[in-house]
Design a protein around this ligand. Structure first.
Ligand code: SAM
Length: 343
C-alpha cells in the first residue's frame, strides 16, 4: 500500500473554514472515482505540514495520476509518505494550457472564488460522461468570467452568457490584453445575433487562441465565446447539445433583468430566474453532460433547486461525493452547490 499527502493550498481553510477537510475529501473522492484511481483512508494529515490531507492507494500512482491530483482545488504540493514519516516531494505535471495567472489576476467585488470555481469544474468533470475528446464548458451567468478563465487554462472550449454589458466588455478587454501580453496567438471577432423576429438578442465576442504557436498555425485552437444576453435565451444562441458541462455561480440576491427587456423589468427571485432559464440550459447540454450550480442557501434551498432540475429532465446526484458542500462564506451567504446530469 502507498500513502500520499497533499499539502493544502493556504487559501483553502480561509474559504471553507471548519468544512475545509470534508470538502477536500469529497472532491478527492469524486476526482479519484472519475479517473479510476482507487484511494482510501483519506484523512486530515498529522504529519508536520500546516494543513494537509493524507490518503492511501493500493497501487503506486503514476505521472498521469499525479497530473489529475494536481487538478484538485485543495492542491498545493504532493508528497509520498515513505519509511513511516518521511515526505518525498513529487513533481506534479502541469495540467493547464494557459497559465493559472489568467484566473488569478482579476480581483473584484462579486468574483466567485477561484478555488471554489475549480472545485465546481472538478465535480462537473467527474459527473460528466459525454466521452468528448475536448470539453466544452458553458457558464450561463458568467459575471466577469472566472469560470471561463478556469476552463480556458485547462484546455477547454468555453462559452459564457452575461446580461451585464459592462462586464462582458471588461472580459473582452482583459482576455485580449492577457493574450497579447503573453504573446499568445489569437484571433478575435465581434458579431450580433437576432431572434426569428429580427430583434437583437446578443452581442457576441468570439476568440480562438492556442498556448503554442504551432498549434495555432495548425488550427489546433481553443475557442472562447461570450454572449452579452439574457441567459433565458441561451437556446437561441448556441447549438442544441453543444456543451459538455455547465457551471454557474447563481446570483446571490434578487436580480433585475435587462432594463430593455419589458417582461424582465420586474424583480425576480434567483429561483424564479433559474426556473425560467433551466430549459434553455438543458437544450444546449449534451446527453450525459453535467451541471453544477452554486447558490446561497439563504435565498434558495437545495431541495428547491433539485426540484427545478428534476422537473426539467436532469438527474440530481444527491449522494457522496457529490453532495454536502454547504459552507459559510459570510453573514449573508451560506454557499452550497448541486450536481446533476442529463440522462
Ligand atoms: C454570482 S454572479 C457570477 C460571478 C462570476 N462567477 C464571476 O466570478 O465573475 C451572477 C451573475 O449572473 C448575472 N445575471 C443575472 N441575471 C442574468 C440573466 N438573466 N442573464 C444572464 N446573466 C444574468 C449577473 O449579472 C451576475 O453577473
Amino acid at each position: 500500500m502507498n500513502r500520499y499527502a497533499i499539502l493544502a493550498n493556504p487559501g483553502h481553510n480561509r474559504i471553507y473554514f471548519e468544512t475545509a477537510l470534508k470538502i477536500a475529501v469529497s472532491e478527492l473522492e469524486a476526482i479519484a472515482g472519475a479517473y479510476d484511481m482507487e484511494i482510501n483512508e483519506i484523512e486530515e494529515g498529522n504529519i508536520g505540514l500546516p494543513a494537509s490531507i493524507c490518503f492511501s492507494t493500493n497501487r503506486e500512482l503514476k505521472k498521469e495520476d499525479f497530473r489529475v491530483l494536481g487538478f484538485s482545488s485543495i492542491f498545493y504540493a504532493l508528497f509520498e509518505i515513505v519509511e513511516g514519516d518521511l515526505l518525498r516531494p513529487i513533481s506534479v505535471p502541469d495540467f493547464h494550457t494557459f497559465p493559472e495567472s489568467m484566473v488569478q489576476i482579476l480581483k473584484y467585488a462579486g468574483k466567485t472564488n477561484e478555488q471554489f470555481t475549480r472545485l465546481m469544474v472538478n465535480l462537473a468533470l467527474s459527473a460528466c460522461n459525454t466521452g468528448s475528446d475536448k470539453i466544452t464548458l458553458f457558464d450561463p451567468m458568467c459575471g466577469k468570467g472566472t469560470t471561463l478563465y478556469e476552463g480556458f487554462i485547462r484546455g477547454f472550449d468555453v462559452k459564457g452568457v452575461e446580461i451585464n454589458g459592462i462586464w462582458t466588455q471588461e472580459i473582452q478587454t482583459y482576455v485580449v490584453r492577457f493574450l497579447k501580453e503573453g504573446r499568445y496567438k489569437h484571433k478575435a471577432q465581434k458579431s450580433k445575433q437576432s431572434d426569428s423576429k429580427g430583434k437583437k438578442i446578443a452581442n457576441i465576442f468570439s476568440l480562438t487562441a492556442a498556448a503554442e504557436k504551432a498549434d495555432f498555425n495548425a488550427g489546433n485552437v481553443q475557442t472562447f465565446e461570450l454572449f452579452n444576453a439574457d441567459t433565458r435565451k441561451a437556446n437561441l444562441l448556441m447549438k442544441k447539445k453543444s456543451c459538455d458541462i455547465i457551471i454557474s455561480d447563481l446570483p446571490y440576491g434578487v436580480q433585475h433583468g435587462s432594463k430593455n427587456d419589458k417582461d424582465s423589468n420586474m424583480s425576480r427571485s434567483a429561483l424564479g430566474l433559474l426556473k425560467e432559464a433551466i430549459p434553455a440550459w438543458y437544450h444546449v447540454l449534451k446527453t450525459k453532460g453535467s451541471i453544477v450550480l452554486s447558490y446561497n442557501e439563504f435565498t434558495m434551498k437545495y431541495d428547491d433547486v433539485a426540484d427545478v432540475l428534476e422537473e426539467n429532465g436532469f438527474k440530481v446526484l444527491d449522494e457522496s461525493p457529490f453532495n454536502n458542500y454547504l459552507h459559510r462564506v459570510d453573514q449573508s451567504i451560506n454557499r452550497n452547490l448541486i450536481v446533476a446530469v442529463k440522462g
